[in-house]
Design a protein around this ligand. Structure first.
Ligand SMILES: O=C(O)CCC(=O)C(=O)O
Length: 263
């Protein structure tokens, strides 16, 4: 595939958000989620010899089905009691929900050979036409010793990969036919090679502490931060937020998923 990276000429009704907010979450609340992740993911079996660990994330919905989680508010309450809903309202407007199916917890453990998330747009989850942000919450410090995220500072970059997502929306302009999840990810080295060819380096690897959140629009490509020499274990939570009215339309069109209120 030939890659073009120009983003000039793209007009945004609302500029896609890319924000870091420091010390907005209660540290004891974050520690509670970290203990929870340790309980639900910490004892997973190691992968088979020579295999990578691909079971280092779990969706809220799966936890509910397994009986580990009665109410996703047990996890998202830490965000709801912070300024995060107001920050999301500034971006998306009033009346917000989060996805129970597509919000998740992660336990990246190099000892188990956890496979880094390759680069992707979160737009491949619901489709590029849906207004949505990811609230990414580190549960331990990331960016120096433990891998956080590598994320592009330019929406729709690389453009050809973004364009691949467009055109997969149904005729009613609502439901999105997902790219095969196995193909939705793009190897980090390919993205870093493209970045090297750019005049302005388009990737950042934010250093985040417990209590910080990163909020980014699904139009930014990102993946697990590569390149840390002896990476430490990292736990995190990612919550995908969209307008209630949008979720209602998706549900009415038959999307078999669950949402809960962020407000
Ligand atoms: O936590 C990671 O390493 C990947 C996170 C991710 O892919 C996401 O937030 O969509």
């Amino acid at each position: 595939m030939s890659i073009s990276t120009a983003t000039e000429g793209i007009r945004f009704a609302v500029p896609p958000a890319f924000q870091i907010h420091r010390q907005v979450l209660a540290k004891d609340g974050v520690a509670g989620i970290r203990d929870y992740v340790t309980r639900v993911l910490g004892n997973r079996p190691p992968p088979a010899e020579g295999e990578a660990d691909r079971n280092w994330s779990v969706q809220f919905r799966t936890l509910m089905v397994q009986g580990h989680l009665k109410n996703p508010g047990e996890l998202v309450g830490v965000l709801r009691q912070s300024e995060v809903p107001a920050l999301c309202r500034e971006i998306l407007g009033p009346g917000l929900v989060y996805s129970i199916d597509k919000s998740l917890l992660r336990d990246f453990n190099p000892r188990l050979r956890s496979a880094p998330a390759t680069m992707h747009f979160d737009a491949h989850v619901f489709g590029p036409h849906i207004p949505i942000v990811t609230v990414w919450v580190p549960l331990n410090p990331v960016g120096v010793d433990a891998p956080g995220l590598a994320i592009a500072t330019r929406p729709h970059w690389p453009l050809d990969y973004w364009n691949e997502l467009a055109g997969r929306v149904d005729d009613a302009g609502l439901l999105y036919r997902r790219i095969d999840p196995g193909r939705a990810g793009i190897p980090q080295d390919e993205i870093y090679a493209l970045a090297r060819a750019e005049d302005e380096w388009p990737l950042v690897e934010p250093v985040l502490d417990v209590g910080d959140v990163m909020i980014f629009d699904h139009q930014y490509i990102h993946g697990t931060q590569p390149g840390i020499a002896n990476p430490g274990r990292r736990m995190s939570m990612e919550v995908r937020v969209m307008p209630y009215a949008m979720a209602q339309r998706l549900l009415a069109a038959g999307l078999p998923q669950m949402f809960a209120s962020l407000d």
